[in-house]
Design a protein around this ligand. Structure first.
Ligand SMILES: CC(C)(COP(=O)(O)OP(=O)(O)OC[C@H]1O[C@@H](n2cnc3c(N)ncnc32)[C@H](O)[C@@H]1OP(=O)(O)O)[C@@H](O)C(=O)NCCC(=O)NCCS
Length: 203
């Protein structure tokens, strides 16, 4: 599978740097740590409109239709997330009650290749959990992570979902805070069932 052009660049092209707010280098993959955050309110306006993003060369998508799952896997791999079976990713995206927002580089010839992505699963009424928030390294620091998260939360709030949770690596807690998420609100702690922990217990 070919990696899309934006991903390959380590030095932004002039047209890309014109769209950059903060030039950043691709981040070194890190081990995932878990902490718990939830959002039950706050301002969920958009700091940048779809039209403004379009004028900067980015197209916002709010359904999984047309998403190139192989390219999404490439973005995951680039930031150190595990690569997953594309068929299983597709099934996960079809999960009812959730929401998905992604952004593609409108200037790229190939369609459907995400440069920013976020999804949520949930019951579509009360609760949702956010997963797979990712921005391709060459496109980080431009406001796209915030743009997809704001839209994802707006989609969920639009359904009436008021309790939105996510797992954040310690190094990105500061990214989620201004979006209305608080770590361990009222002392609530996230607990995760993991196969790894079960295997350790059996040893
Ligand atoms: C975390 C990530 C999604 C942020 O996306 P991004 O497009 O680079 O972030 P944005 O440009 O939208 O940043 C919005 C604001 O958050 C801040 N921010 C970005 N990353 C941050 C971080 N790790 N910690 C604290 N603040 C951060 C920015 O400085 C910016 O602040 P400003 O409004 O004051 O300028 C992106 O860096 C990424 O994909 N990282 C690798 C995957 C990952 O760790 N995902 C999260 C899994 S829990």
């Amino acid at each position: 599978m070919q990696v899309f052009p934006g991903i390959r660049r380590t030095t932004p092209s002039p047209s890309l740097s014109a769209r950059l707010r903060i030039p950043t280098k691709p981040k070194t993959p890190q081990r995932r740590h878990l902490c718990f955050a939830s959002s039950d309110g706050g301002g969920f306006g958009l700091s940048v409109s779809d039209g403004e993003l379009e004028s900067r060369g980015f197209r916002v998508r709010r359904t999984a239709a047309g998403l190139d799952v192989e390219s999404l896997n490439e973005v995951f791999a680039r930031v150190g997330f595990p690569r997953r079976d594309p068929a299983r990713i597709r099934r996960a995206l079809e999960h009812a009650g959730g929401a998905v927002v992604w952004v593609e580089d409108a200037r790229s010839k190939a369609e459907g290749r995400p440069v920013a992505f976020a999804r949520a699963t949930g019951d579509g009424v009360f609760n949702a959990v956010v997963w797979d928030v990712v921005v391709a390294p060459s496109f980080q620091g431009m406001g796209l992570g915030r743009a997809v998260m704001e839209r994802l939360v707006a989609e969920l709030r639009g359904m009436g979902v008021s309790n939105i949770a996510l797992y954040a690596e310690p190094r990105v807690v500061g990214f989620y805070r201004p979006l209305g998420f608080a770590a361990d609100p009222d002392g609530i702690r996230g607990m995760v069932y993991s196969r790894k922990n079960q295997q350790k217990k059996r040893r």
